[in-house]
Design a protein around this ligand. Structure first.
Ligand code: ATP
Length: 267
């Protein structure tokens, strides 16, 4: 149907071990989410249900989507990702039905992590949508989150935002997106492990991860991924020109770092 174009059901190939840094975030996910998930007996002993989702918040490009995908990978769950801005733009007039189809599809693929990006778009005044139309979408989402029709067994909702203050308060109530996880820009050791991850399947020689990390203050995870691509491109260009493989080296990494403007200064 119409809704299908907005989302794909993926199988995640990353796990939390692939996520650089975020020691605190991982601990929090373990305690509030993955731990209970893995211990059904203790859940029933303590009378805790698995209801309710997580709200990830923090600056752009620092790994919220990546983290959600890793959570799915960790659980062996399907992964469905959708941007609320896209929902509002594509599903004008049919968003209720399509949101329902989305949740139905997630229920059909359970266990499934449903990732809703830019959830704050539902609270915006600047949207094209008339506020009554927006209200309709929010209400439908609340209905789906509450699992009124069909139950949400095995559907785990993770939402993300750069603007937590804009997120509709009704979405934050108990049983809905009731736990928040702050995802900050990577610190120096985290940057080293993110760079290591993005170089792992590429030919490298003599790259000093710590020195790269030291030269990339305020780089987001996305910036670091881009840096590794850029460095790879430099080495590949040389390899094409000379017909001989030249590995990615430290000079490539530093030259790439100098070309990229870090995107997290403002946070
Ligand atoms: P946005 O708010 O713009 O959606 P985001 O916080 O969801 O940003 P991601 O899309 O998850 O950011 O990150 C972009 C890319 O940056 C990822 O696909 C991944 O390649 C890389 N990345 C970000 N953080 C990490 C990390 N901690 N470890 C490894 N790679 C990372």
């Amino acid at each position: 149907g119409h809704a299908d174009r907005a989302f794909d059901v993926e199988r995640s190939t990353v796990t939390l071990a692939d996520v650089g840094g975020m020691a605190e975030v991982k601990k929090r996910l373990e305690v509030s989410f993955l731990g209970p998930l893995r211990n059904p007996k203790l859940r029933s002993l303590f009378g805790k249900s698995l209801r309710g989702g997580l709200l990830l918040y923090g600056p752009p490009g620092c790994g919220k989507t990546f983290l959600a995908r890793a959570v799915a990978g960790e659980m062996g769950a399907a992964f469905v990702s959708l941007s609320i801005t896209d929902v509002l733009n594509m599903w004008v007039g049919s968003s209720e039905r399509n949101l329902h189809d989305l949740f139905e599809s997630a229920r059909g693929h359970a266990p499934c992590v449903l990732f809703l990006d830019e959830i704050d778009a539902l609270g915006h005044k600047r949207s094209q949508l008339h506020s009554s139309a927006m209200r309709t979408v929010v209400n439908q989402l609340l209905t789906e989150l509450d699992g009124v029709q069909g139950g949400n067994d095995g559907v785990f909702v993770l939402a993300a935002t750069n603007a937590p203050w804009d997120v509709d308060a009704a979405l934050r109530r108990p049983g809905r997106l009731d736990r928040t996880v702050l995802v900050l820009p990577p610190d120096r050791p985290a940057r080293a492990s993110i760079v290591e991850f993005h170089l792992r399947d590429r030919p490298v020689a003599g790259v000093d991860l710590d020195a790269v990390a030291a030269a990339t203050d305020n780089f987001s995870g996305a910036d670091l991924a881009h840096l590794c691509e850029t460095a790879a491109e430099f080495a590949m260009r040389d390899s094409i020109a000379t017909g001989e493989i030249r590995m990615i080296n430290q000079a490539d990494m530093l030259a790439a770092a100098a070309e990229i403007r870090p995107s997290t200064d403002a946070w």
